[in-house]
Design a protein around this ligand. Structure first.
Ligand code: HEC
Ligand code: HEC
Length: 398
């Protein structure tokens, strides 16, 4: 699995280099013109607001490029669906760089700061699908998202679109003949777009700085040092939001794609609590157990699932400055809130609400100063980390 991750990574970097015209590296998986056409088609699908019922919502409505491919409506903790006032249970993550997540697997390796193995990979906050193709099939028929009654209706809308010709060019003249198959093609094209350099550009100030083409301010440089310093004096963020040891081969993704319960509090403003019972049978008592719930639904033994309760995928922090609110339930409105929480969660008197899921909270045992939850960072250091996180936004002009 690790191998396939590296392959994907290398394959993509070759692709980025090819498209930016620096050099061409022959790549078995890249099929020139045909792949570019598939990406163009995927992009059309991604932005098509006619693919929801009622019409008006596209993938981009919740994954807007200018907002790091996350939901631009930062005043909402979770996204609103195609039907007004229907809200999902989770904050829309950035869809950028998702292509680098490997398939879900258990990695028994102990890592710095994480004294046990952990699940790694998969997509969504709970890792419930393995590929971008499988991912792309869900929003269209999710009643809280694009709300199509079935796949057939989606295919019919694509068939009536202005890009139906392109669809046939890419997938053959009888591409629409079988709705099931055509729906697979829709997912395939969307996934191709999600893997394209446009969605994974690596054009942040951080990337230019690493290439020696931009300079960090003192505050940014201090923030970077704290973020990556995993000793007692550092903030140890990179234990989970990892940085690459060789940026030119595999640019940092600021995640190791693992799962942890960082003790995120319940979000009382989660609009999902207030949905009618058929849409949320648990009402106000709903608890999001993340990976644990997924494993239960996938029939893993209860004993195994229970160990994953409350764990969510460690998100990439690329573009996080423009993807507010934060965490799987949108409980924090600013980056500073997140960093202050990580700094003081376990400090007596800090006043943070209890974790939504009390089991499996990431905490040094026995509790110890200068570990997650009581990092001992000064206000200035918190600010420096926030300033550093702001260098991860794509589209920087050096
Ligand atoms: C109504 C808002 C909404 C729409 C529309 C929507 N998404 Fe999402 N998307 C979300 C939410 C919320 C999640 C996280 C859900 C979860 O983890 O359970 C998500 C997760 C994802 C992820 C996973 C990212 C990761 O790192 O795990 C990708 C990729 C993605 N969406 C792509 C798409 C595509 C492609 C479409 C169109 C077919 C789409 N989304 C439509 C809200 C939306
Ligand atoms: C033990 C692993 C771990 C460590 C260490 C860690 N994080 Fe995280 N981080 C996570 C997880 C897991 C989430 C998602 C939690 C959730 O949604 O409930 C997260 C979420 C975030 C988010 C929200 C991103 C988003 O898109 O919603 C930010 C910002 C963040 N972390 C920054 C930091 C910083 C800065 C540090 C260091 C001070 C840090 N993290 C240390 C695991 C970690």
């Amino acid at each position: 699995m690790k191998n396939s991750f590296m392959k994907r990574l290398l394959c993509c970097s070759a692709f980025v280099i090819f498209l930016t015209g620096l050099s061409f590296s022959a790549n078995a998986e890249f099929n020139g013109e045909a792949d570019l056409q598939k990406i163009t088609l995927g992009k059309k699908l991604f932005f098509d607001t006619n693919l929801s019922k009622p019409v008006g919502q596209s993938c981009a409505s919740c994954h807007e490029p200018a907002f790091g491919f996350a939901d631009p409506r930062s005043y909402l903790p979770v996204s609103e669906g195609a039907i007004p006032s229907r809200f999902g249970n989770r904050n829309a993550p950035s869809a950028a760089y998702a292509m680098f997540s490997p398939e879900l697997y258990y990695d028994p390796t102990m890592r710095p700061g994480i004294m046990e193995g952990m699940y790694v990979g998969g997509l969504f906050w709970d890792g419930r699908v393995d590929t971008l193709e499988e991912q792309a099939k869900q929003p269209f028929v999710n009643p809280l998202e694009m709300h199509n009654p079935n796949k057939k209706i989606v295919v019919l809308s694509v068939r009536q679109s202005e890009y139906a010709g392109l669809f046939k060019q890419v997938f053959g003249s009888s591409a629409f003949k079988y709705a099931e198959l055509a729906y697979e093609y829709v997912a395939e094209a969307l996934a191709a777009y999600m893997r394209s350099p446009e969605v994974n550009p690596f054009t942040s100030k951080y990337d230019y700085w690493k290439k020696g083409e931009a300079e960090f301010t003192d505050s940014e440089a201090r923030g970077y040092m704290l973020f990556t310093n995993i000793t007692m004096m550092g903030a140890k963020c990179a234990n989970c939001h990892s940085v690459s040891s060789d940026e030119s081969q595999s640019p940092s993704l600021f995640t190791n794609f693992g799962y942890q319960n960082v003790g995120t509090p319940r979000n009382p403003e989660l609009l999902y609590y207030f949905l009618p019972l058929p849409l949320n049978p648990a009402g106000d008592n709903y608890v999001d157990r993340g990976l644990g719930d997924f494993m239960r639904s996938a029939a893993y033994p209860e004993e195994q699932a229970a160990k994953e309760d409350g764990k969510f995928k460690i998100p990439s922090l690329r573009n996080c400055a423009v993807t507010a609110p934060y965490e799987h339930n949108g409980v924090f409105k600013t980056l500073r809130d997140v960093v202050v929480f990580n700094n003081t969660r376990d400090v007596p008197g800090a006043g943070w609400p209890a974790p939504e899921v009390a089991e499996n909270v990431h905490r040094h045992m026995p509790p110890m100063p200068r570990t997650f939850g009581q990092l001992g960072l000064t206000d200035q250091q918190v600010d420096d980390i926030v300033v550093f996180l702001q260098t991860l936004t794509d589209g920087y002009q050096p």
